[in-house]
Each structure stands twice: as C-alpha cells, then as structure tokens.
Ligand binder design. Sequence first.
Ligand code: SF4
Length: 477
Amino acid sequence: MAASVRVGMVSLGCPKNLVDSELMLGDLARHHYEITADPAEAEVLIVNTCGFIDSARRESVDTILEMAEYKKKGSCRRLLVTGCLVQGYAEQLRAELPEVDAFLGSADYPGIARVVRGLLGRKEIEEPLLKVGNPAWLYDSASPRLLSTPPHMAYLKVAEGCDHACTFCAIPKLRGRMRSRPVEDILAEARSLAGRGVREINVISQDTSEYGRDLYGRPRLDALLEALDTVQGPRWIRLHYLYPAFLNDRVLAALARGRRLAKYVDLPLQHADDAMLKAMRRPGGYRANLELLERLRDRVPGAALRSSFIVGFPGETEERFETLLKFIRESQLDRVGVFAYSQEALTPSGSLPDQIPERVKESRRRRAMAVAAEVSARRLKGRVGETLEVMAERPSRDADAAVVDSVEHGSLAPRRVAPTIRRSAGDLWVGRTEWDAPDIDGRVYFTPAPGAAPSPGDFVRVRIERSTEHDLVGRVV
Ligand code: SF4
C-alpha cells in the first residue's frame, strides 16, 4: 500500500533536529514511501519543528499553516507535526491547529512509518493523534537514515538532551536528560558515513564535552575522539557545542594529536561578565574564560576558536554589556555569534525582573557583532598571502549578489559581501577551510585553475589574495 504514497518533510531548527528529520525519512524510505521535495505533490506532509525561542516558534507555526494549505488544495491527505515545539506546547497546538492529524514529541518519532500508515488507513481523523512522552529515545547505527546534506558532509549526533540548568535554556525540558551513544556504535555510524563518501563529519549533541558521563560514569570525549580519528575516509571530523568545563588535558591532547580532527573549537561561552554568567548559571568568569581560551590555543596549536554570546539577558546593564565587548576584543576569537536574549516561559530566566527592551537587545547585538567583525577582519587579513587547503562546496550561485545569507542557529543573518570580491557569476567557487564550520562560519571564494573546475567535496589549495570581515578570497594554485 505504501509503495505509491509520497511524503514531504520540512525540517526547521538546528542540525540536531535535522538528524531527527533524516531518521524519519530513513524509516519512511525503508517502508517504501516515496520522498518528495515538492510539498505540492506530497500526500503526507511532516513539519519537524523548533521550539527553542519565540522567533523559531513563530516560524514553526507559520510553516505548519503553510503546509496545511496543501490539504485544502487536495494533494495532501495527512499533516504531521513533530519535534521541540510539540514537546513544549502540545495541548496548545492541538487546540489551535485543527488541520494537523498527528503531533509527536521530540523523541516520539521512531516508527513514524507505522504512524503514517495508521493515519492513512483511517477514513477520517476525528481526533488528532498526540504522542508526547518523556524524551528518552536515541537512535543507533542500525537506524535507517536518509542524508539530506550535500553528499560530502554529514552530521553525527553522539548524544541527546542536557543535564545542565542554564537559566535561559529550555533544551533540557524539550530534549530530556543527557543520553550518549556508546563509542562503538558512533564509530560504526562514522564508518558507514565514510563509506557513503562523506569527507567532513560534524559531531553534534547538546553538550559534547560531557559526552559519555551517563554511560561510563565520567565524560569520555577523549576516548570518542581517539576512536573517531581512526575512521578512514573523512578529512575533517569537527566538534560542535563544547561546554566550558570538562575540557581536560586528555581531550585537548586527543584533539591536538588527531590527524582527522579539525583544529576547531566551538565553545559557546554565552557572556563574559561575572554577574551575568552567574545569573545564567554558567561556569567560569571573565578571567577564567580568557585563561581557558589561552589554554586551548596553547594545547591545540593553530585551532580556530568560535564562541557565541547572548546579549540583553535580564539585568544586563550597559556596563555589563561593555564587559562583554571588552572580552570579545581581548579574547581575539576567530568566529563569534551573538544572539539577542529571548524571554521564554519554559525557562527560569523568563520570570526574572529587569527584562531588557527589544530595541536595546537588538542594538547591543549589532554593536557586539560589529566588534566581533573588527576582530575577525584583522585576523583574516593575516591570512592574505598564505596557501590554504579548502574544501570546494559549490559554484557561487550569484557572485554579483550583494547579500549572502548565513544561517546562525536557525535564524537568517544577512551578511554583506564586500564589493571587492564581486566577479561575474560562474568563475567563482565557494569553499571552506578547516577553521570554518558549515552554515555558521566564513567562506573562501576562489577561482579554480583554468579548465579544472572542482567537484563538491574536493580539496584544493587556494592562495589567499584578499580578505573581508568574514571571508577570504583567492585562487587555486
Ligand atoms: S548547556 Fe546548552 S543545551 Fe544545556 S542547558 Fe545550557 S545552553 Fe541549554
């Protein structure tokens, strides 16, 4: 029966959610559903939502309503909504979105093919299905998964959930307690990804530093790194979302030694002012965090350091915000993301006094990004004249376009490309170095050698001729 049923999926939010979407697609494909990228021709539509902050929730609801239109137009027979938004707001959604036939929580999607079959088997859905349990499930290497990223890169989720209590964050409520996959199982999936031609594996979880504590009684990121470094095939294995604790010498030594481990550290610090960090229930302080970054530079030579910060947290005075600006200047981070605080009912900080007006938050976000851009521009200028290894990703879609979109934590942050790098479309490629993660960091715009256009995923050597605030420009040598 399922052989001719077409299913479409919209995946919103972070790469962790994307992996969930790929697992749902894998289960559906295994049960002979046909996957389509065109919602107009889908008979079943699934929206895998994000519920992290207000803007993400709005985007999720807008997308559900947009997909519900396809039910009215006739092609879509069943609409399912999954993910974090359902986990946090199931009852509200059920009351307000009668178009939806099933709501599944953030870990309630295993066996989705069976759920779809059940829904299609019913003549009418009088009461939508609601399945929202305590998030406890995590996939393994035997779970079918359909990759949706470009063939040369993939995400690898090593753990799910979080045991921290950062006051601004709803993740522990939406994703449950931390649960790690065994090293051997992760290794099996990494090998399978390598066998599918993946050249860059991006290791993700909510808190990668603490990987393994729930399974082994203590964090075992060091053991995981050593195991992953043995996987033949990928050139870069990149770590995301490290927590500024548990980065012990064993982890740093493994990172420094690893031949395939990208020299890249993604360490969200969230703020730099001692009082703000305390209010956020984050570890460290101004001095301690600077020292941590110094230690990382010392132990993992040549590593690019990325961090992200929240501005406009309740009680953030102008003086405390200035402390953050000072930290961004002093720490000389290679890459910085800045987000405006979002007041959330599901979080402890949602009910704190001294909330900051939206326009102040936005103005601080811009000011902090401007300081980070100055630092980045200066650091990138130092690369001019070097020859770097670059992974080719794609021809530049429109090299004359003035705006390139960069996705930051699920929200679009338009970024201007300096006029100096505009060239006619067609002769320019976009790639990344080991120091740039997909979607969130900078790019290398390069001119291929005459008559030798690369394929996506190829590695080329690019001599850097120019730099902008966030990107490098050069040509293949
Ligand atoms: S460590 Fe990250 S995911 Fe966990 S509560 Fe803090 S911000 Fe949220």
